[in-house]
Design a protein around this ligand. Structure first.
Ligand SMILES: Cc1cc2nc3c(=O)[nH]c(=O)nc-3n(C[C@H](O)[C@H](O)[C@H](O)COP(=O)(O)O)c2cc1C
Length: 421
């Protein structure tokens, strides 16, 4: 079971799961079938996954299923030989970058809390020093029982991170607390945790804006723009994957990467307030949001009626430039500002003049008239210019990859001492 080289791995470069060794412990819950999807998603993200099952878990889902997905022999019977390792649980525990128990039964929680190590899941959980993530699943009464709650509190105190459970419909038919968190969320939480363990932006706080402003004409109408927010969310996801404490100030509702804090705004004025507040304690601001340059001079407090109006003219007044108005210092020291320029013509000359006006260290220019890149799609083709005159034309790539490219270039500018250092 030698580790494959990075280029052989599936998944996206920059994803902390890629190449990470994840041990998934599976215990005997009706939701074991969802563990199959958790493992499949981890493998697709490029993780090297070893599955350990309790005997009861193997009643619900066979080791063969996991072996087929991981191409690795699952760990089930402590007393049979497993590969070359003399003490397979010690070897497994030592190799793990992360241990995830999904689903965790009430019984398995109890065994780990009390140091009982009589199956491969509890044995490995006790033997490893890797971060332990636990996704419980059980009926609401079992979850709420004082014994379970005491075990959860003890495990939390010892550093275990709990993922869920969620409230909802349970296998018993009742509705309550105890559903296993969705596989996609579990995997994203594992990714976020690995980023926080070993990313190169751990200790940094990065603020990203995403989406376009809506400037009210009346209570139901607004002036907006075509920004989808995807670029901002992709940068936030990349920053989160590198361990940054990440805030996205957003005008859109897109799936939120686990661990990213969202501040929902709509208008330019709300975005300005949020940027000022969040940047007061940040290391970097990446202004990927499409800020409204103008707003209606007044917003009607009632819906403007068609018959009453005929043709109408809406006077617009200029909005302040948010990034130019943001100080270049924060409680952390320097605030590194990165601007975006979405242009349809004269891309580079417009970007260079914006860079200077905004007091930014870098500007990311993209031609939003292209059909394969820019607004609304998952890819982007950008040119990055910095305040020392360097210019880089990057090829068409995913917005997530653009996010990493921006953060690679941002990192050398982050000179503030790390908090607590
Ligand atoms: C059909 C069925 C479904 C079960 N689902 C759960 C569950 O979701 N959560 C739980 O804590 N126990 C559940 N149990 C009980 C556990 O399987 C039982 O406590 C077992 O001892 C757990 O062992 P393990 O933690 O070693 O896998 C279920 C039992 C059966 C028969």
């Amino acid at each position: 079971m030698t580790a494959p080289s990075a280029s052989d791995l599936p998944g996206r470069p920059g994803d902390p799961l890629r190449g990470a060794h994840v041990v998934v412990g599976v215990s005997g819950s009706i939701s074991c079938y969802k563990a199959v999807e958790v493992v499949s998603r981890l493998v697709q993200a490029g993780a090297i996954v070893d599955v350990a099952l309790t005997g009861h878990a193997a009643e619900f889902v066979t080791p063969l299923t996991f072996r087929s997905i991981t191409a690795r022999q699952p760990y089930l019977d402590m007393w049979s030989a497993h590969g070359d390792a003399g003490e397979p649980h010690v070897e497994l525990a030592r190799r793990a970058d992360l241990m995830l128990i999904a689903p965790a039964t009430a019984s398995t929680l109890g065994r780990i809390t009390h140091g009982l190590a009589d199956d491969f899941v509890s044995l490995t959980a006790l033997a490893t020093t890797a971060p332990l993530l636990i996704a419980p699943a059980m009926d609401a009464q079992m979850w709420e029982h004082a014994a379970t709650q005491a075990n959860v509190a003890t495990l939390r105190e010892r550093g275990a991170q709990f993922l869920g459970p969620l409230a909802g419909r349970l296998a018993s038919g009742r509705v309550g607390m105890g559903r296993l968190m969705e596989p996609e969320q579990i995997v994203d939480a594992a990714r976020a945790r690995l980023g926080r363990e070993r990313g190169d932006l751990v200790g940094r706080r990065v603020v990203v804006t995403a989406g376009g402003n809506r400037e009210a004409i009346d209570p139901v109408r607004y002036i907006g723009n075509r920004s989808s927010g995807k670029m901002g969310y992709a940068i936030a996801e990349a920053a989160r994957d590198r361990g940054a404490d990440t805030v996205v100030i957003s005008t859109v509702s897109l799936p939120v990467p686990s661990g990213v804090r969202v501040v929902a705004v709509e208008s330019h004025a709300q975005m300005m307030d949020a940027v000022m507040r969040e940047c007061a304690e940040a290391d970097a601001l990446v202004m990927a949001g499409a800020v409204a340059d103008y707003r209606p001079a007044t917003a009607a407090d009632h819906k403007i009626k068609r018959e009453a109006a005929g043709d109408i003219v809406i006077p617009l007044v200029e909005n302040a430039d948010i990034i130019a108005s943001t100080p270049t210092t924060s409680s952390r020291g320097t605030l590194v500002k990165i601007a975006f320029a979405a242009e349809t013509d004269d891309l580079i000359s417009n970007a260079v003049s914006k860079l200077k006006k905004k007091g930014a260290r870098m500007i990311v220019a993209n031609d939003v008239s292209a059909t394969d890149a820019g607004f609304g799609v998952d890819d982007n083709r950008v040119t990055i210019l910095n305040d020392e005159g360097a210019r880089e034309d990057l090829p068409l790539m995913t917005k997530y990859a653009v996010g990493h490219a921006i953060l690679d270039r941002l990192r050398p500018y982050l000179q503030n001492p790390l908090p607590g250092a």
